[in-house]
Design a protein around this ligand. Sequence first.
Ligand code: TYM
Length: 336
Amino acid sequence: MIDGKKTMLSGMQSTGMITLGNYLGALKNWVNLADEEDIKCFYGIMDLHSITVRQDPTELKKNARRLMLLYIAAGLDPEKNCLFFQSHVPAHPQLAWILNCFTYMGEMNRMTQFKDKSAKHADNINTGLFTYPVLMAADILLYQADLVPVGKDQMQHLEITRDIATRFNGIYGDVFTIPDAYIGKSGARVMSLQDPEKKMSKSDENPNASIFLLDDKDTIMRKFKRAVTDSEGMIAYRDEQPGVRNLIDIYNAVTGHTVEETLKEFEGQGYGTLKEAVGEAVATELAPLQARYAELEKDKEFVNRVMKENAEQASYYANKTLRKVMKKVGFIEMPR
Ligand code: TYM
């Protein structure tokens, strides 16, 4: 809670180009939730998290700025929502350090994202990658977030955040709000178009596996056309047909249809028809976002102003929590 209002915080790493998975699992829900008057929303561009994997400095800058534009282009109004860069608010790594001292090695060892990423980047298993979830806990707890809208893959990080906050509150009293995850009804786990047993990811080496938010219509249609399905030849929603199920999930997340409605719509049709319909629906959904993005790209001043004002706002709230934490732990306050 902040100023008597329910508070929401979420964010994305600023690496590469975000995918349809990021959009349907997170960004689209943020936009829907942001329309609710009584919620104070914070959305971070989590650039500090990005460097747990080696980044090219020029690319990192480009990706972070582009992500800010995509947040706005998707419909997050920066006058109503606080959109900020994590690296502009030093309270994040400051609180993360303190929380590190309240987190156990065994807890971090269990994190599946750490296991996956260290397998993928075996030559760079750094301690930042290991303590990544603690920085994420700091992101959330600094804003006293009640709700954290994320895709299913972030659930484990949310649970550890709750554990750390509960532990800290148990020692020092009610310092942190214990956050709940908000997972959308559909789109919570969008799968790769080339391997539907794997989640769609921006770092997938096969470019046909993911739809990127700025892909043009032809590319979107082509990728869906090539999507891996099966040889059953029947449109059904079941575990044995993960490729088809993923297409139905994507279609429903975009159109708002239910599984029953979609199965009825495509009854007796072939996979080609379904793929084309999903491609059309996705391209139609992304077209206004892409047009707005192109406009924003030209307006450097507006984006710079948003960055500055929102970083100040985020810092104000984050520092308030950090001061409270530091006092509780027993650090001497700097004389004013
Ligand atoms: P990141 O950058 O990997 O993903 C951003 C958001 O997109 C969701 N997502 C998906 N949802 C459905 N299907 C998919 N295939 C898919 N891929 C990604 C993620 O669940 C996430 O909601 N650690 C976070 C970033 C972060 C954060 C935070 C999130 C840092 N601090 C504080 C919430 C609160 C991450 O790596 O997300």
